[in-house]
Design a protein around this ligand. Structure first.
Ligand SMILES: Cc1cc2nc3c(=O)[nH]c(=O)nc-3n(C[C@H](O)[C@H](O)[C@H](O)COP(=O)(O)OP(=O)(O)OC[C@H]3O[C@@H](n4cnc5c(N)ncnc54)[C@H](O)[C@@H]3O)c2cc1C
Length: 420
């Protein structure tokens, strides 16, 4: 399909008919899960089957190029599909799904070689290859350019050593995009390279981390003498920071859950339902809370659309602009979760074991909502980016940006030693 072969409204009609014939609707259209939690291995296996169904019908990768298995259509077509698909049970890869088809796939498309794209993009869209990101490290999160995982060239291969953390969905993933330092003798942003790493390669150990809600949606990973071919590079050698900028733009823009990418026309149905269950539909305080959440839902949706249009029309990545959207999600999602808890009252805090799936949702969403203010860069880091790169305020003082990274690490050791 290409942009001019099908208009948006015709596409809507076709998608509506296909969805009705091929996917299961949610039992309660007013109570559609917002998604994002770890789906577990059985749901992931079922989601792979569903994803293939979407792919075969041309509804996976709607805006991806046709040569790599996408439909080659526009963001408007994608939005229409999201609207039509909202009442249906779509593949659910948890948090991993939110980054796989946006941050990972898009960054590969922008920077991968044609061979790499032909090899990996169709299976990614088909659900045959699940992907995760190995970038954060125990000592490098906000300061991402300070990672210490190292890739050393050895003949026709690279040998990677290091440890990664907070990797969403790595326990379900087949492949990882992995950031490593390939030159220690240049300043920290200049010696980085992204690699394609199979998660079942000898030397890769992936361990899920149990979270506050008892689930385990992300992992730590250890890379011990992991060997990948010389061709496993994404983008240019030592130009990994450029790929990182692209990835963060997509990831920050893609932080929205599926439900937030659809215009919230109906007054926050999940919150209205909570107010109904706790007998507070006529309570003016409860009504104010629902109204506030609905206003915020609309603000997020429209901000996302507006930023998306500006970022898409820009020839270069705009991480600082994407920071506005990410900061909005990181601020408003915890507020929404808090509102739900207030509306649910005692019923959202206590439940019988057999009611867990239904009743615990509000409490676990509250516990998990903080994630939105950390993932893909914390709220503070977004504020720094906006103040420095958009508003032109003075930059944070830095002591390590222009020194070879090996010297930075050596000096830090010296400093630790003196302090200790
Ligand atoms: C849900 C979720 C999913 C994630 N998925 C992935 C993934 O798939 N792959 C992956 O590699 N990583 C992933 N991450 C990790 C994420 O990118 C990091 O947690 C994030 O970048 C913050 O880094 P940190 O946790 O090391 O915090 P730190 O960088 O140690 O920050 C600690 C605190 O200091 C503040 N701070 C730090 N620097 C500054 C500064 N310059 N100015 C002001 N304040 C500052 C921060 O705002 C924060 O409050 C995920 C995280 C979450 C929560």
């Amino acid at each position: 399909m290409s942009d001019d072969t099908i208009g948006v409204e015709e596409f809507r009609v076709q998608a509506r008919a296909w969805l009705a014939a091929n996917l299961e609707p949610w039992p309660d259209p007013d109570h559609i899960p917002r998604g994002g939690e770890d789906p577990g291995p059985e749901k992931v296996a079922a989601s792979r089957v569903l994803q293939r169904k979407l792919f075969d019908a041309g509804y996976a990768g709607i805006t991806y190029p046709t040569q790599y298995g996408g439909a080659g259509l526009t963001p408007a077509h994608e939005r229409v599909f999201a609207e039509e698909a909202r009442p249906y049970q779509l593949p659910d890869f948890g948090g991993a799904g939110q980054v796989m088809f946006t941050a990972i796939g898009r960054s590969l498309l922008d920077h991968g070689s044609p061979e790499l794209l032909a090899r990996h993009i169709p299976p990614l869209l088909r659900g045959d290859e699940l992907w995760c990101q190995f970038y954060s490290e125990p000592e490098a999160g906000s300061d991402l350019a300070g990672i210490r995982t190292t890739a050393r060239r050895d003949g026709d291969t690279w040998v990677i050593n290091g440890s990664k953390i907070w990797s969403t969905g790595a326990h379900h993933a087949d492949w990882a995009m992995c950031l490593a330092r390939t030159d220690w003798d240049v300043p920290k942003h200049r010696g980085l390279t992204w690699f394609v790493v199979p998660t079942d390669a000898p030397g890769v150990t992936v361990r899920p981390i149990t979270q506050i809600d008892g689930t385990a949606g992300f992992c730590e990973a250890f890379l011990d003498d992991v060997v990948v071919p010389a061709t496993a590079i994404i983008g240019e050698l030592n130009q990994g920071w450029t790929v990182t900028q692209t990835m963060l733009v997509y990831e920050r823009g893609a932080g929205q859950s599926r439900s937030q990418s659809v215009e919230p026309r109906v007054l926050a149905p999940d919150l209205v339902e909570l107010a109904r269950r706790s007998g507070r539909l006529d309570d003016p305080v409860a009504r104010q809370l629902v109204a506030r959440a609905h206003v915020n839902d609309n603000a997020l949706y429209h901000l996302g659309r507006r930023l998306g249009a500006v970022i898409r029309s820009s020839p270069t990545p705009q991480p600082a602009l994407a920071a506005y959207g990410k900061l909005a999600i990181g601020t408003l999602q915890p507020i929404r979760a808090r509102i739900a808890l207030e509306l649910g009252g005692a019923g959202a805090l206590m439940w019988e074991p057999d009611e867990r799936d239904d009743a615990a949702g509000t409490a676990t969403s509250y516990l998990n909502a903080r994630q939105a203010s950390i993932a893909a860069g914390t709220n503070e880091v977004q504020r720094n980016g906006i103040s420095e790169r958009v508003l032109g305020l003075s930059r944070e003082p830095t002591f390590d940006a222009n020194k070879p990274f090996s010297e930075v690490v050596r000096d830090a050791r010296h400093w630790d030693h003196k302090v200790g």
